[in-house]
Design a protein around this ligand. Structure first.
Ligand code: PBG
Length: 323
């Protein structure tokens, strides 16, 4: 008799299917990005990202209460300042928008883990992620490092639990680590946006954060999406410089990179499912073309299946519901 292989044996019962799952989602591995805007009494919907809001610091408790109720205790803070300048100085002002939000968050919500995005593009008048060189056409890498270090220390002083540099300058992780240590913040970890690709998937975020470059693009610092070996080089360099967690960004079109990186390194791997991924699902769901909850869950699981340990996603509140 021909022996039939019967993989279906493990699929007939829902109970057994759940028992043999290889990948599990939990609220503890999710980080929710939050846009904090300078001002008072602001909770304004973001057009490019339906369901997401700009929050002024005084309104954050409303958001935090609803997150904590869902078991979500980690946020990634982005600041939208009232004023910008060429040096992006609002990013390291003691009363800068992220610093204000951090002080309030840590005072009233001690249990909330606050990660800060460390970049200059929301704060520079030209929209680039650093200080421009004299030609005005590109970012001066080494000059930018000093500003990034100042921002990191300023965020840590305001109470940041973890610093996440997203600028993609060479050598920034080492510089930030040394500066944090020198200021007494040796316990504050760095989650480096290590393999961050120059991606059109950031479009909705740039409208939300008013951070699109006025001229040119970010291709001289963010990675070329044709490359994967380069992601290995970037994550290894960041780990050598002191990154505690490395990140791959975006996520869905980069599952191969997440897998490669997670097999390569011994540190936790985070993946950022970015604004364009969010907006695509929202737009298709709004037209009734896909089933939102099922798609949100399936895509999130695929990112963990590829090897991510942490997922940064605007869908965190939806994902925290039992599936
Ligand atoms: C800052 C930054 C960006 C994102 C995270 N940090 C924008 C960019 O690099 O242009 C994108 C996040 C998203 O699209 O959800 N540099």
């Amino acid at each position: 008799m021909e022996m039939i292989k019967r993989p279906r044996r493990l699929r007939y019962s829902k109970t057994l299917r759940e028992a043999v799952r290889e990948t599990r989602l939990s609220a503890g591995s999710l980080i929710y990005p939050v846009f904090v805007k300078e001002g008072v009494n602001i909770k304004t919907g973001i057009d490019s990202m339906p369901g997401q809001y700009h929050w002024s610091p005084d309104r954050l408790p409303e958001l935090y209460d609803s997150l904590l109720e869902k078991g979500l205790d980690k946020v990634l803070l982005f600041g939208i300042p009232a004023a910008k300048d060429a040096a992006g100085s609002g990013a390291y002002r003691e009363d800068g928008i992220v610093q204000q939000a951090l002080r309030l968050s840590k005072k009233r919500y001690g249990e909330l883990y606050c990660v800060t995005d460390l970049c200059m593009c929301e704060y520079t008048s030209h929209g680039h992620c650093g200080i421009l060189d004299p030609s005005g056409a590109d970012v001066d890498n080494d000059k930018t490092l000093a500003s990034l270090a100042a921002i990191a220390v300023s965020q840590a002083e305001a109470g940041a639990d973890m610093i996440a540099p997203s600028d993609m300058m060479d050598g920034r992780v080492g510089k930030i680590r040394v500066s944090l240590d020198a200021a007494g913040f040796e316990r504050v970890p760095i989650m480096a946006y290590s393999a961050k690709y120059a991606s059109a998937f950031y479009g909705p975020f740039r409208s939300a954060a008013d951070s699109a470059p006025a001229r040119g693009d970010r291709k001289s610092y963010q990675m070329d999406f044709h490359n994967k070996k380069e992601a290995r080089k970037e994550v290894l360099a960041d780990i050598e410089e002191g990154a505690d967690i490395v990140m791959v960004k975006p996520a869905l079109s980069y599952l191969d990179v997440i897998q490669t990186v997670s097999q390569l390194v011994d540190v936790p791997v985070a993946a950022y499912s970015v604004s364009g991924e969010y907006a695509m699902i929202k737009a298709a769901a709004a037209r009734g073309l896909i089933e939102e909850t099922a798609i949100v869950y399936e895509t999130a699981v695929s990112i963990f299946r590829a090897g991510a340990n942490i997922l940064i996603t605007y869908f965190a509140p939806e994902l925290s519901r039992p599936q």
